[in-house]
Design a protein around this ligand. Structure first.
Ligand SMILES: CC(C)(COP(=O)(O)OP(=O)(O)OC[C@H]1O[C@@H](n2cnc3c(N)ncnc32)[C@H](O)[C@@H]1OP(=O)(O)O)[C@@H](O)C(=O)NCCC(=O)NCCS
Length: 414
């Protein structure tokens, strides 16, 4: 066995597509669909195809997409891992683990400070240092369950270039205050508008400025009794825009019996929606309790360059402390060992010299640290869950406050 992991050569595309058709078979995925998917990279950047050979045969392929993710107001270069395919003759011998590990080091060397993905199985990627990093609450309610409001008059269809440009501007401003969303190029937006079943609206405030939007999918592909309106994305910069978007959705009840809406955990959607109750029989209740929403998870996140990522990470400016870290990282050993993080004046200074004193020290895996970094897990919650140990637990409430970020979520999929 002689394994080599390396960037793909352009001439290898047909062979990579053959590999992909074994790992992701579907009648609609033709050669040209795969070509477009693998070569067309709407987010731009360097060539992302990564392959593995065994004794000269191509047996592994995946995408190391160059992406940029917004985390606590900073735009970070992140590798989006996608389409990991191992030849059906080479499974269950650790090849995917070794292949992805080599891809992580490759991405770190090209300057990516972290990586994001959607897992086929959580435990597989946890072993490779990723941690869960995203949560959405999925509601199924009739449109009338949302409140109407006068701001509904400010909602217009985004079917012109002008309105779509305004929508994009809202997204670009909104992602700065969110955590986990991806920066989108013009090509990435073009891909959103390519979908024939997607529509969008923009909310314009009293002064005519775009302040919010919703992108929806008309699920007319389903049998008529099961059709619903799916809200793919929503974003707002003002509470008037939020009211306007909810009010617009509330007005669609004569056409759509049901809305599928994914709320951010911090959105307070259960307070806004009337009778937040899932359709009868769709999930088990608990005695007189009824199911209200489905908890969705999906995105995972991993630090690739601990020092560079933390030096880009904003922290609360109100206080200061020195955090010691004892990190285990099997795939990217440079991240392992002892670190000192000085959290002060809203930023982080990182040193690998562990001799100085620290207010507390966390001992943890790179996966747990990654979840803390992106705001999915507070340090005290990590200690309570047993995924980290703390030298002094009385410093944890301060550390929680310093590292607080809005819970992460990600709309883009790859
Ligand atoms: C998912 C996929 C990439 C895994 O590839 P793989 O090379 O079989 O994966 P690995 O061998 O590295 O790991 C799989 C499991 O086998 C185990 N394993 C490794 N060597 C083994 C061996 N000699 N004997 C038995 N099991 C072994 C690994 O420990 C791992 O289990 P764990 O995660 O529970 O610890 C492959 O099945 C595939 O291409 N599937 C279809 C496409 C897909 O779903 N891709 C992922 C979506 S992005």
């Amino acid at each position: 066995m002689s394994e080599i992991f390396r960037p793909a050569r352009p001439s290898e595309l047909p062979e990579i597509i053959r590999l992909m058709t074994h790992s992701f078979p579907a009648p609609t995925r033709t050669m040209s669909w795969w070509e477009e998917t693998l070569v067309g990279n709407p987010y731009g950047g360097r060539d992302p195809l990564w392959v593995g050979e065994d004794d000269g045969r191509l047996v592994a392929a995946c995408q190391l997409y160059p992406r940029e993710q917004w985390i606590g107001g900073s735009r970070m270069p992140v590798m989006g891992l996608g389409a990991v395919a191992i030849a059906p003759t080479h499974r269950r011998r650790g090849l995917a683990g070794r292949f992805v590990s080599a891809g992580l080091r490759r991405a770190q060397e090209r300057g990516d400070v972290a990586s994001a993905l959607y897992p086929f199985r959580i435990s597989f990627y946890e072993r490779l240092g990723y941690g869960l990093a995203g949560e959405a609450h999925q509601y199924r309610v009739p449109p009338e369950a949302l409140p109407d409001a006068p701001e509904r008059a400010g909602v217009r269809l985004a079917d012109s270039d002008v309105e779509r440009a305004a929508l994009r501007k809202v997204y670009d401003a909104w992602i700065r205050g969110q955590t986990g969303q991806m920066h989108r190029s013009t090509d990435a937006w073009d891909r959103v508008w390519e979908s024939t079943d997607v529509s969008a609206v923009v909310y314009r405030g009293e002064k005519g400025e775009a302040e919010g939007y919703a992108i929806v999918r008309y699920r007319a592909d389903l049998p008529s009794a099961e059709r619903y309106l799916e809200v793919e994305e929503r974003a707002w910069l003002t509470s008037a825009a939020q009211r306007g978007i909810y009010a617009w959705l509330s007005s669609l009840g004569d056409q759509w019996r049901e809305l599928l809406y994914r709320a951010h955990p911090g959105e307070g959607f259960a307070e806004i929606v009337r009778d937040p109750r899932m359709p009868w029989g769709s999930a088990p209740g608990w005695g007189l309790w009824f199911p209200s929403a489905t908890l969705l998870r999906g995105p995972m996140f991993r630090l690739l360059n601990l020092r560079a990522a933390w030096e880009m990470r904003s922290v609360a400016a109100a206080d200061a402390m020195t955090l010691g870290l004892e990190v285990v990282d099997e795939q990217v050993p440079e991240n392992g060992g002892s670190w000192r993080l000085r959290l002060e004046q809203g930023r982080v200074e990182v040193t690998s010299d562990a001799r100085g004193s620290a207010d507390t020290t966390l001992s943890l895996s790179i996966g747990a640290l990654s979840r803390i970094f992106i705001g999915d897990l507070a340090p005290s919650a990590a200690v309570a869950a047993g995924v980290a140990t703390a030298g002094r637990s009385d410093s944890l409430p301060l550390l929680d406050r310093l590292l607080y970020l809005p819970r992460p979520w990600t709309y883009d999929r790859f």
